[in-house]
Design a protein around this ligand. Sequence first.
Ligand SMILES: Cc1cc2nc3c(=O)[nH]c(=O)nc-3n(C[C@H](O)[C@H](O)[C@H](O)COP(=O)(O)O)c2cc1C
Ligand code: SF4
Length: 311
Amino acid sequence: MMLAGYAVGAAKGFIYIRGEYALSIERLEKAITQARLYGLLGENILESGFSFDLAVMKGAGAYVCGEETALIESLEGKRGHPRNKPPYPVTEGLWGKPTVVNNVETLANVPEIIRNGAAWYRGYGTDKCPGTKVYTIIGNVATPGLIEAEMGTTLRDIIYEYAGGIKEGKKFKGALVGGAAGAFMGPEMLDAKMDFVNLKEYAAVLGSGAILVMDESTDIVGMLQSVLHFFKHESCGHCVPCRLGTKQLVEIVDRIAGGKGKVEDIESLVKISEVMRDTSFCPLGQSLNLPISSSLKYFRDEVYGRVQQPA
Ligand SMILES: Cc1cc2nc3c(=O)[nH]c(=O)nc-3n(C[C@H](O)[C@H](O)[C@H](O)COP(=O)(O)O)c2cc1C
Ligand code: SF4
């Protein structure tokens, strides 16, 4: 962040982190205090003429506050509603000033690139997508956790080489890749190379790098139900398509999970999420079509098998 501040001429950086992550907050605050003591933060750092300081800001736990403009609103002490774009934060961000918003992983790559050079970094990953990616692997794997792998590593290697394979020797059923609003992938995607460019071709996303792995016993409708309930809870209510759409999606998926759904209900899930994709104000509402359409792409028979068949 200091390097980013130096590059853009900023004197102040904020680390926005959910208030629930007490241990991470404690560690960050300790590291910042230590850096100040060493003279690496604050006024005239190491007598370079460059001044920069950091503050940790605790969020109240709303998912939408990860959206850059909602994050800025929240930093300003307001409710975390996304702003209209343009103007983009780079021209009008925090308190109306030009602001750079970056992911921690992006910033963490910078010192190594400066230290070792761009060619070194490009030596990892693929031509179109150099470098590495940090993944959070959770679900039915033997060793869940955080890993860093080269861009272009296959989903199979991530699961079987890095995460110890499927727990209790069960079979792989699928994975939800890219976070809660990511895409489901079936076994036919195990050899897909994981990087931002390649996944786009499969209508999938790498997103935050979260991979939720499901074994053969996982109920896809149940998974979809959890995802949609999460988004109904996290919809900030600012725009109509997402405020009402998430509520309707939950009613429909609950009906299907309860064995009372009809074929038309599946069609409605798709249609509503398409309208949300095209008309919602921010990516939270826009992205729900992805888990819905991908669940049907890879697990169509299972989802259709859960609704009452026409007589
Ligand atoms: C609903 C929503 C939630 C998000 N949550 C996060 C988050 O928790 N952490 C994060 O780094 N970025 C999150 N993002 C992405 C950020 O808004 C931003 O685009 C990103 O951090 C930019 O950094 P990068 O260009 O370095 O990747 C979220 C975006 C949306 C739309
Ligand atoms: S899409 Fe959802 S989260 Fe985004 S502004 Fe609209 S209601 Fe809020």
